[in-house]
Each structure stands twice: as C-alpha cells, then as structure tokens.
Design a protein around this ligand. Structure first.
Ligand code: C2O
Length: 581
C-alpha cells in the first residue's frame, strides 16, 4: 500500500510563501529574510529547552504576546504607539558570558540547576497593614542587626554551590544579567541583555537585592530581616563600613583595594588614578557630587537612564547616579592589583564581594529619595518599562518572574529606608569663575580651529556648543530641562573609561568636583571583550547656567577631560536638547 501524500503541510507552506510579499508591502521594515528567520526560530527549540519542559510551560498568553511583539514591535522601531516593546528574556537558553581573557575567576555564570521548566509569577506583595522592614545604614546598626546580617551571609556561603540560594549562585545571577548570558525574546534580533546603562538599572537591582534579602531572612529564620545600606552619601558613611574588614567576619573579602580600607574616605568621583585628596576636602567633594547627581538630574531620563525597548540598540545611556557614585564606588572598592579591579570593580565578579549588597541597598535608597525631591520628579510611566520582566530565585529556590511595575514602590515589597541626614541637599556646588573670565575663555576657544567630529578623546578637549534657545521663561524652565547630550560615545567593551565633563570652565585651571563648572562624569566598567560599545550621556544644565548667569549666552564651552582610557574613546557629537520634566 502506498502512503498517501501529505497535502496539508505543503498547503500551509504555500500560504506562507504567498503571504510573505503581502506582509512585506504592509510593513516597511519587514523582509523575507527576517520572516524566514522567524519561522526557523519558532520551529527550532534548543534541545535543553525541550528537556526541561520550558516549551510546554510557556502559556498561550505569552505566546500570543510574543507574536504581537514580533509582528508589530519590530516595525515600530521609532514610534511610541501602544504596541508593547517591553523586554522579556529567552530564559530557555543561557549562554556562556563574555569574560576578559585575563579573567581571574573564569566562571560560567548560568545557573547550575536550571529550573526553567516552571516559573511562578511574583505575587508576594506586602499587605498594607503589615509591618514594614526598615533598612538601616551600617553606621546605625546595633549588635543584633549586624550579627543577623553576618550570620545570613555565612549561611548563604555554606549552602552547596549549586543551590540557587547560595552566595556564589546569587553572585552569578548578577554576572549573567550583566555580561550577556541571556538574550532577549526577539525573533529577529539576537540581543545579549545587559541591565546596565539604561532605564533598567534601578528596577533590576531593586528586585535582585530584594530576593537576596528574602533569602537571608529565611536562612536566619527572621522574615523581618532588612538588608543594611552603606550610606556613602552621608558624612558618617563615607568610609568602607568596618564590619567588612573584620577578618573573622563572613563580610570580609580579600580582593579589595588595600589602601581604601577605613579610615580612608571614599571618593565618589574615583578614577583609579585619582590623586589623594585630604579627607575634609574629599568629604566636601563627595557632598557636592551627590547634590549634582541627585538635584541636577531633574528629569526622569537624567536620573533613571535612557529608555531601552525591544528592537533598540542596547545600552542607550546610564542615568546620573549609575555613572557615579555607582560605577566609581565599584572601582574604588575593587582590587588595585587585579587586572579589572576585581572583584567589585567589574560586573562579572562584583557580587562575589558581600559589600556589593550594601552598596546596592544605598543605590536603591537613592532612587527612593530622588522621587521625594519634588519639582515633578517621578518614575517613568511608559508601559514598555512597566511591563518589562526579569527572573530570580526566591528563598524557596522557586524561579520567579517579576515585572518592573511591581517594584516601583518599596512598600509594595514590604520595606522602607531609615531616614539619614541628607547633608548633600544643603551642599550645592559653588561657582568659581568670574563672568569676565568665562567670556574670555569662550572667545579664546571660538577663535581656535573648530574640532572635527568624531573626535578621539586623547587629551583635554574643549568645544563650543550652540544653544538653540536662550532666556527661557520661568514656566518653561519648570517644565523643560536644558540638557547637554554627548552622543555616540564609542569604546571597546574591555575598557575602563572615565571622563569628566566641564561647562564654561578654564582648561588650564579646571574646577574641582565641588565647583559648578564640573557638571558630571561618564564612567564605564569592564564589560566583556571583543565588541564595540556605543552609548550616550546626558547632563542637566538649566541650574548650572542659572548659577553662572549665562542664560543669555549663545553658546556653551564644553570641556571633556579624559581621566582613564585616554585615546580609547571616540565622541560622535555634542549637542543641547530640551527634555520635558
Ligand atoms: Cu549591576 Cu553595581 O552593578
């Protein structure tokens, strides 16, 4: 007997072939190639995804969402219509991360026991009547508090290495999300995901340390355990908390910069080759730095980082605090002798040092504080941000899916931060240059041959940047921030880079961090090898210009000062934008 021909698959194939040109006409970004790629990816499932059952577990709703994103999302690369371009990860595949060739801890950051087959959706919202956990600064912990934290970390370190709650597995979660182990669920674009340098910086790390806190609480049998924070922004907290340097403590970690142990004052503007500054000066530099990063960052984008949606180029640009003190403190703590300032100074190893969690607890606190500073400061309300999702292990080693929208109020997660005096709020930077000197310097640079873009940042570089608008009304200034945009900042991902940005300053006598002319710093930590990173950086300058009485000026004098990575950075353009608050 002959087997009957199978007309049905053939029929479908024919339909698809006929449909492709039709869809191409409808969607101008659509190509036959992408369609074929999509069909192949839908049909092919990686073998281990089948093994662990992920294929069966993804719900119909998720599938239809993927289709919607697929067919509509890619078309609207530039428009902000109601079509979702939120981020979700293809957790069925975890790829070996990008490590430096001289990695001191060559590690594969994927979870050792993937439990991808089932994940739970987060639903442990704190009830409004429940007692809130209060996260306290290290300098105000009592004996019992610190004993609990030390015990929790010790118990975590004692768990078998392959337990998802173990200290080492938790550290790997950070490495995996930072060094490209997961790729985005996007059929046409294979993008390695990195939670830094975009609007995901704050929400990702909030969720990450939230689960870390829950695991600690569970291990010590205290559901009210609250993760302490290292308040490097407060005068009392400007040294590495001494608990971390006690050789007998679970908080001790060897790979740290030995010259930065207490009582050395932290440098929130650290550049790995910074000169020593006397403690009292360093404190005032730090306070002014905090003021700039929190107060001058008056718009959501300036503080939170730039939007990153499905289909966008990754790493669009960090927010103020992510660049510094976040990156700078990482490097300041990390080892002086290790090639990439391991462990804290680079993301593949950073979370192996227990101080990471105290550092990020304070960064998370900065997000909570920033929103209370008024003048319209608020979170993004963009659905693509709110609906984006990540995965973590909870205290019962369950794999949990969370959404950005569920973490924007810490009370939802059952915790708040203890109030600590915000001395930086009363310490704005001061302006040093006289109006005359400012004008003279500008005239001098105007008379030079203009610098050609793209420019290689191999030495101190001054350029004149035109202002399209000036003398704005008070109302307009309340609603729109004038922003200096440094665009197309390009460098190899294996470079540690820091350059400072000065406005209307004097190249020959550059201002210090406690002066107004020093408006911010761009900082990049080692991020993998072999690829080029292109990102941007934005600094709010409305208040700076007001302070200078330079609001009538036609242009700005912008000086870029390379601190680390001289000659490694290319800048494509510098311009001024007006961003609504
Ligand atoms: Cu994800 Cu402080 O790093």
């Amino acid at each position: 007997m002959t087997t009957p021909a199978k007309p049905l698959p053939l029929f479908f194939a024919l339909i698809i072939i006929l449909l492709i040109p039709l869809i191409s006409l409808l969607y101008n970004h659509f190509s036959v190639f992408t369609a074929i790629k999509f069909i192949c990816r839908q049909t092919y499932k990686p073998p281990h995804a089948k093994e662990n059952g992920l294929v069966k577990s993804s719900s119909e709703k998720d599938k239809s969402r993927l289709w919607r994103k697929t067919f509509i999302g890619f078309k609207n690369i530039d428009d902000s219509s109601s079509i979702s371009r939120s981020i979700s990860l293809n957790i069925s595949e975890c790829f070996p991360v990008e490590l430096p060739s001289d990695a001191i801890t060559p590690t594969h950051c994927c979870p050792s026991k993937p439990s991808f087959s089932k994940f739970l959706d987060f639903k442990d919202f704190a009830s409004p009547s429940a007692k809130l956990r209060v996260r306290k600064p290290f300098h105000l912990l009592d004996e019992e508090d610190i004993a609990k934290f030390e015990k929790g970390i010790a118990l975590m370190k004692a768990l078998p290495d392959d337990d998802p709650r173990s200290f080492i597995q938790q550290a790997k979660v950070h490495c995996a999300y930072c060094n490209g182990a997961y790729h985005l669920s996007h059929p046409f674009q294979d993008t390695k995901f990195d939670i830094h340098r975009s609007w995901f910086f704050f929400p990702f790390h909030r969720w990450y340390i939230y689960f870390f806190e829950r695991i600690l609480g569970n291990l010590i049998g205290d559901p009210n355990f609250a993760l302490p924070f290292w308040s490097w922004d407060s005068i009392e907290g400007m040294q590495m908390p001494t608990y971390f340097t006690n050789l007998n403590s679970s908080l001790y970690h060897k790979l740290r910069h030995q010259k930065h142990l207490p009582p050395h004052v932290v440098d929130l503007n650290y550049a790995s080759n910074s000169n020593y500054v006397p403690s009292h000066k360093q404190v005032s530099y730090n306070l002014a730095t905090m003021y700039k990063q929190m107060v001058l960052a008056s718009t959501t984008e300036l503080f939170m980082g730039s939007p990153f949606r499905l289909g966008d180029n990754p790493r669009p640009g960090p927010g103020s605090v992510e660049a510094a003190p976040h990156n700078t403190v990482h490097t300041w703590v990390g080892g002086a002798e290790t090639p990439h300032h391991e462990d804290m100074g680079t993301f593949y190893t950073a979370a192996r040092d227990p101080i990471f969690y105290g550092h990020h607890s304070n960064l998370d606190r900065m997000w909570a504080i920033w929103k209370t500073l008024g003048e319209g400061r608020r979170d993004y309300s963009d659905q693509d941000w709110l609906d984006s999702e990540f995965f973590f292990y909870d205290e019962n080693a369950n794999f949990v899916r969370v959404k950005v929208r569920d973490c924007i109020d810490t009370k939802n997660l059952g915790y708040v931060y203890q109030d600590v005096d915000l001395a930086w709020l009363r310490t704005p930077p001061t302006s040093r240059k006289s109006k005359l000197l400012r004008q003279t310097k500008k005239a001098q640079v105007r008379s030079w041959k203009p610098r050609k873009f793209p420019l290689v940042l191999d030495s101190i570089t001054s350029v004149i940047v035109k202002r399209q608008k000036k003398l704005r009304s008070k109302e307009e200034k309340e609603e729109v921030e004038e922003v200096l945009v440094i665009e197309g900042i390009e460098f190899g991902s294996d470079k540690f880079v820091k350059f400072d940005i000065h406005v209307d300053d004097d190249e020959d006598r550059l201002s210090n961090p406690d002066e107004t002319e020093f408006v911010g710093s761009f900082v990049n930590l080692y991020h993998g090898h072999g690829h080029k990173i292109s990102t941007s950086f934005k600094v709010g300058i409305s208040k700076v210009l007001e302070n200078f009485e330079a609001e009538e000026d036609d242009d700005l004098l912008v000086t870029l000062v390379p601190k680390v990575g001289k000659g490694d950075v290319i800048i494509r353009s510098i311009k001024i934008e007006f961003i609504p608050k």
